[in-house]
Design a protein around this ligand. Structure first.
Ligand code: PLP
Length: 405
């Protein structure tokens, strides 16, 4: 019977309008090829290749033994909200109280919640591009309008305050960015964020959604800076963070916001009707993460730094790739557009999607096309993999592009 159903028209318009996550799609394809016996090197997923530090795992086991089996408060356990408020003060110089914090099911959920809570149909969200694939789709789901502004390759993919101000209209409600950035690894410096905050300060209806999920993976000598620490705009900056990347806890699904109380209450209200409080065991583990030793995270960041150096060096040896030096996170984002219009005799490559598919199907290296990140000339390569895999992957890429003409 289902064969005759017009499932597309049965699905809600909001789902039909949504793009599939390109990172998850590539990861799925790579798994399928691997299941067929191919030696796939998967550099598509945005996930640490480390295990969660042991003391955090122990805290989760203890939470089970101590009987944290029930529903938590919707916004999170009080000790976790306190640990997050303390973390904001300690690491970011941001003054939020526990009542300003809402814990959610990953930073992805936190971002989606805030957008649902602030955006009315037709409201505009300025997105600094390249951007993480889900931003524009979250805005679409809220019936908002994504206004994407491109950071130039020559400005390390960063948007200038002038570009930002030129994109502002009467409908602009949010500006959002990630620093350190996925997919580029770029980091907005303190001076750059202060200049952007100067613009925000002049438009009282604009809120900033600052995604700092890669905070601890920062290779700059200056370290991380949070716009939320600037007093002139602090009330209007919603800082999003989580434990996925910095503590290798992607599967634990804990993200959080620090925001003005009325926004935190809006998110709590939404969450109260949709998901309730997130996983109680993972919340207890996160208390241990935030209050515990930072050495494991520092060691992981050192490994990403070393791999960044390795991959950038290797990618610079791939003919006609143009590669910036990422300052944080765990991605390289070369411009591969030289190869558009070229063919290996069987497959012609017109764009980044073609390139990523071709690379996976011929060289068994899974990457992600730049198109989904708002950068159609680029390819995202995750460096969260062993040195051997990275060396082998770039060698395969080199061999593959040598067949293109
Ligand atoms: C920029 C950015 N923000 C948010 C997230 C979501 O993190 P979480 O796993 O905590 O939902 C990701 C994950 O890839 C990301 O790259």
């Amino acid at each position: 019977m289902s064969a005759t159903l017009d499932t597309v028209s049965l699905l809600a318009d909001r789902i039909n309008a949504l793009e599939e996550s390109s990172t998850l799609a590539m990861t799925k394809k790579a798994r399928e090829l691997a299941a067929l016996g191919h030696k796939v090197i998967s550099l598509s997923v945005g996930e640490p290749d480390f295990k969660t530090p042991q003391h955090i795992c122990e805290a989760a086991k203890k939470a089970i033994d101590d009987g944290f089996h029930g529903y938590s408060p919707v916004a999170g356990y009080p000790d976790l909200r306190k640990a997050i408020a303390d973390k904001f003060k300690r690491d970011n110089n941001i003054d939020w109280k526990p009542e300003n914090i809402v814990v959610s099911t990953g930073a992805k959920h936190s971002l989606a919640n805030v957008i649902q809570v602030l955006i009315n149909p037709g409201d505009e969200v300025v997105i600094f591009s390249p951007y993480w694939v889900s931003y524009s789709e979250m805005v679409k789901l809220a019936e908002g309008k994504a206004v994407v502004i491109d950071g130039a390759f020559d400005n390390n993919f960063k948007v200038t305050p002038e570009q930002f101000e030129a994109a502002i209209t009467d409908r602009t409600k949010i500006v959002m960015y990630a620093s350190p950035n996925n997919p580029t690894g770029s980091i907005y410096s303190e001076a750059e964020l202060r200049a952007i905050a100067d613009v925000v300060a002049r438009y009282e209806n604009i809120h900033v959604l600052a995604d700092e999920i890669y905070e601890y993976i920062n290779f700059t000598p200056e370290g991380h800076f949070s716009m939320g620490s600037i007093p002139e705009v602090a009330e209007r900056v919603i800082t999003v963070n989580g434990v996925a990347k910095g503590y290798a806890m992607t599967g634990w699904r804990i993200g959080y916001i620090g925001a003005a109380k009325w926004i935190a209450e809006g998110v709590e209200k939404l969450q109260g009707q949709v998901t309730s409080g997130t996983n109680s065991i993972a919340q207890k583990a996160t208390v241990a993460a935030l209050n515990g030793p930072m050495e494991p995270s520092i060691e992981m960041a050192k490994a990403y730094h070393r791999r960044r150096d390795l991959v950038v060096k290797l990618l610079k040896e791939v003919p006609h790739f143009r590669t910036n030096v990422p300052e944080g996170a765990f991605y390289a984002f070369p411009d591969i557009s030289y190869y558009y219009g070229k063919s290996d005799g069987t497959t012609r490559i017109e764009n980044s999607d073609d390139f990523a598919s071709w690379l996976l199907n011929t060289a068994y290296v899974a990457t992600v096309a730049g198109s989904g990140f708002g950068a159609p000339n680029c390819l995202r390569i995750s460096t969260a993999a062993s040195d051997e895999s990275l060396v082998e992957a770039v060698q395969r890429i080199k061999d593959a592009v040598a067949t293109l003409q």
